[in-house]
Design a binder for this molecule. Sequence first.
Ligand code: AMP
Length: 190
Amino acid sequence: MLNIVLFGPPGAGKGTQSEKLIEKYKIEHISTGDLFRKHLGEGTELGKLAQKYMNEGNLVPDEVVIGMVDDKINSTADLTGFIFDGFPRTVAQARALDELLTKKGTRISGMVALEVPEDELKKRIRERGKTSGRADDQDEEKINNRIKVYNDETLPVANYYQEQGKLAKIDGVGAIDEIFQKICTVIDNY
Ligand code: AMP
């Protein structure tokens, strides 16, 4: 199985690259942000719980996220692999993911980290906010908080994979297809 963690700050291009990767490698896309937005749209209890965290740009508690990913992995019939997008966002989530995959007899193949300077991230998020309809893309304070939360709580996850020799950093500025090719080169070496 091919199990990739696509990592990077908000606005790094994880969603865009994930769409291309699932098409090429025929693996399942698990975006925790998308799953939460789906719950929110459907008005489920989980959606209501997540909403107050998402609205402020804060992280939803680990146990809630991990439970949702566990359900998603278990409800996937054809296990060819996963691309994890926006997850894990804490070291506790990374450890839990390892346990979930071990139970399935598999493991993380590697993490691909997209690197984009902060000014460029903010520009991209503001641009996306014009059409995404996402409240957290449209408010400067929320955008700043999401980047701060990423730096404080999520960046250590890269070290977790680096210690296992599984981290590849990619320059996330440039043409979408060029970045995609660089990611594919990393994946094809797993
Ligand atoms: P995203 O679409 O990945 O930018 O996620 C949007 C929001 O959903 C985040 O700002 C968090 O509030 C929440 N969220 C998504 N994934 C996670 C996660 N792995 N852990 C905690 N909160 C998350």
